[in-house]
Ligand binder design. Structure first.
Ligand SMILES: NC(=O)c1ccc[n+]([C@@H]2O[C@H](COP(=O)([O-])OP(=O)(O)OC[C@H]3O[C@@H](n4cnc5c(N)ncnc54)[C@H](O)[C@@H]3O)[C@@H](O)[C@H]2O)c1
Length: 366
């Protein structure tokens, strides 16, 4: 691992969490934010999190103090730009990110890595503004970034193998499980997780209760929380934004009406209604949620965005699903999965994914 200093641009929810993770793993984090006082606020938050770690016995006070000392506030971009790795975590806005990369371009060191933590923009589009796009890639952390162990390491069309390997080594050295993938809308986890949230909203439109949907979802994916409870934590407006970005991929991905309403109002869902007592309702909810996950998973496998093992890693580590999509499909077998997908393909006019033929041995030798 040849990275010792990391520049973090943007000290909001994600930048703060990323800086904490770096400092806890022995790296120097040089942090810049354009909002006055934001870096100090982020460092105060990190100090509180570290103190909590000490109180819970997860680290010694000396380790927390050493981590705090590795956090350096920068009031100019040029110091940040010369770090071994620069991670951009500013607002999710293409024009803002592109303007930032234009400013950074003349300041970058000759051979440093540059990464974006974007959730929904394309890495190749951002790389176009960086001199030496072979150094550019996505490092997509999951919230809370100091805690969630998954990082999607996104290879752009121009990213060199050497730089990609450096990024994978960096992710491992900072205690993360890197999910290797190519640049694509939603990368891997959001490509199937957002449609799953969206299908939950469609089920609500069709008269199923939020409580029933959450209950069945927890059961079939062995998930800690159902989709409505998750959206209440991550905010319906974020779910809507992510789904709208995926909407470019076709009708199946277009946001449900009730998701648009809740997202635009940024209104939490009321979770009510019991587990469905009758098995037809339970089976409709289960089939529809499975279909909404399986279709994008098989599509992204067709598109060679990531391997089936990487999909399951994402579900297990980022979402904490004990029942992962590819393992579940292999368990069900091709015929059951075909039946699960049939109504989805018909309703949205989608061609059957080619990798449907591999179901049963997705996780086996290809
Ligand atoms: N919040 C999440 O759950 C999540 C998860 C994964 C990825 N992301 C991505 O991470 C990025 C940051 O998201 P966030 O939730 O931390 O946002 P945030 O709003 O909490 O923080 C963004 C920070 O960037 C700063 N900023 C804006 N423009 C800047 C500029 N030109 N130069 C320097 N600083 C600037 C702002 O002052 C703010 O402090 C986005 O691209 C987002 O899509 C977010």
């Amino acid at each position: 691992m040849d990275i010792a200093t990391v520049g973090v641009i943007g000290a909001g929810t994600m930048g703060g969490g990323i800086a904490q993770n770096l400092a806890e793993h022995g790296l120097t984090a040089m942090v810049f934010d354009s909002t006055p006082g934001q870096v100090a606020r982020a460092f105060d938050g990190i100090a509180v999190a570290l103190a909590r770690g000490v109180a819970k016995g997860r680290m010694k006070e000396a380790e927390a103090a050493a981590a705090r000392a590795r956090l350096i506030a920068c009031d100019a971009l040029d110091r940040v730009a010369r770090c071994d790795l620069v991670i951009e975590a500013v607002f999710e806005d293409l024009a803002i990110k592109q303007a930032l990369f234009r400013r950074l371009a003349p300041m970058l060191a000759k051979d440093n890595l540059v990464a974006s933590n974007t959730s929904s923009l394309r890495i190749d589009e951002l790389a176009a503004g960086v001199p030496g796009p072979e150094r550019f890639l996505g490092l997509h952390y999951f919230s809370p970034a100091a805690v969630n162990r998954l990082v999607e390491v996104v290879r752009g069309a121009a990213t060199s193998q050497r730089n990609y390997d450096r990024a994978l080594a960096f992710a491992r050295a900072t205690g993360k499980e890197p999910l290797a993938c190519r640049d694509a809308h939603g990368f891997v986890v959001n490509r199937f997780f957002c449609p799953y949230l969206n299908e939950a909203a469609r089920l609500l439109e069709d008269g199923y209760t939020t409580g029933a949907v959450d209950h069945v979802a927890r059961e079939i994916f062995a998930a800690p929380l159902g989709p409505f409870a998750v959206m209440n934590i991550t905010k319906p407006r974020i779910a809507l934004h992510a789904q709208r970005t995926l909407g470019k991929l076709g009708a199946f991905y277009e946001p449900a009406r009730v998701l648009v309403e809740s997202g635009e109002a940024d209104r939490a869902w009321t979770i009510a209604g019991d587990a469905p007592a009758d098995s037809p309702a339970r089976s409709v909810i289960a089939r529809r949620l499975q279909g909404a996950v399986y279709l994008p998973v098989l599509q992204l496998i067709d598109e060679a965005v990531a391997a089936p093992t990487a999909v399951d890693l994402g579900a297990r580590v980022a979402l904490r699903w004990d029942m992962q999509p590819c393992a579940a499909m292999d368990g069900d077998g091709a015929e059951v999965v075909r039946q699960t997908l049939e109504p989805v393909l018909k309703r949205y006019g989608v061609a059957p994914p080619r990798s449907l033929a591999r179901v049963g041995r997705l996780l086996g030798p290809s």
